[in-house]
Design a protein around this ligand. Structure first.
Ligand code: IPD
Ligand code: CA
Ligand code: CA
Length: 263
């Protein structure tokens, strides 16, 4: 059942990625509107991509609900709803930096059970089904993702991101002053979904970010969990206040450090 939901997510995700790739003009992409701040941008292609995803999913599963970043929520009657970010990494998309993704998750009774993330520029795909594992797709092949050994903070490469609201960024900058000397380095690549998938691949040692919405981390969070990582928040579950993820052997060290630095 969850595998069938994954198959829908993957089919629609790949079509959506293809649509965005073909729609992107040369150079910078025009911004259609701003959201939480002047730097939180959306393009007409984000909006059109979400409409395409919504149409395709509801055509296949008309009784399901839908929560997308760019449109109105739709309540369903089946117990399944879809959590969709049509382009995660819109700033990268606007600037032509090849790190932006379509992210589609399916929840049953509020629990994420399937997730698919595809890097639109590179075509790299990650997926997961709850209880079945996480993997990276190479065409028709899929390679299971298994979290490698934990690396402690002093040697750790940590992915993160910063809030769109300037006052919160100022606080984050201060906290980062305490954090940076205690880790090997940080990366801010501009897509929460791709960050979590890269953590599951073993490229990073930990990830944390404040201010995310559920569509940013629903699919990739399941990829991380199913690869064997811990994904949490300040109150035990990831939420808008905090999403943190790391290997279980070192997770508490990273999470304590994030908290103690004042994030
Ligand atoms: C954003 C990206 C970014 C993160 C922001 C998100 P968007 O999503 O994931 O990496 O730092 O918090 O909002 O706006 O490009 O869909
Ligand atoms: Ca996003
Ligand atoms: Ca988005």
């Amino acid at each position: 059942m969850s595998q069938a939901l994954f198959d829908v997510a993957r089919r629609v995700g790949l079509e959506a990625a293809d649509f965005v790739r073909r729609s992107r003009p040369e150079g910078r992409v025009d911004v259609a509107a701003t959201k939480s701040s002047d730097t939180d941008v959306v393009t007409e292609i984000d909006q059109a991509c979400e409409r395409l995803i919504r149409e395709r999913i509801l055509a296949a599963r008309p009784d399901d609900g839908f929560v997308g970043e760019e449109g109105d929520d739709l309540a369903g009657s089946s117990g399944v709803d879809w959590v969709v970010d049509p382009i995660d990494g819109t700033v990268n998309f606007v600037h032509g930096i090849p790190a932006y993704a379509v992210s589609i998750a399916a929840r049953r009774d509020g629990v994420v059970v399937a997730g698919h993330v595809v890097n639109i520029a590179s075509g790299e795909e990650h997926g997961a089904v709850r209880g079945e594992g996480a993997w990276r797709h190479d065409g028709d092949e899929r390679r299971p993702l298994v979290a490698t050994q934990g690396v402690p903070p002093a040697r750790g490469l940590v992915a993160t991101g910063f809030h769109y609201v300037p006052e919160i960024r100022a606080k984050q900058a201060a906290a980062m002053g305490a954090f940076l000397p205690q880790v090997a380095d940080i990366r801010r690549t501009g897509s929460a979904a791709l960050n979590l998938c890269a953590l599951a691949e073993g490229h990073y040692d930990a990830y944390f970010e404040q201010g995310l919405h559920v569509w940013d981390h629903a699919a990739a969070g399941l990829v991380a969990v199913e690869s064997g990582l811990v994904v949490t928040g300040l109150g035990g579950v990831p939420d808008e206040r905090m999403v943190m993820a790391a290997h279980p052997a070192v997770a508490e060290e990273y999470f304590d450090l994030v908290r103690s630095c004042g994030f």
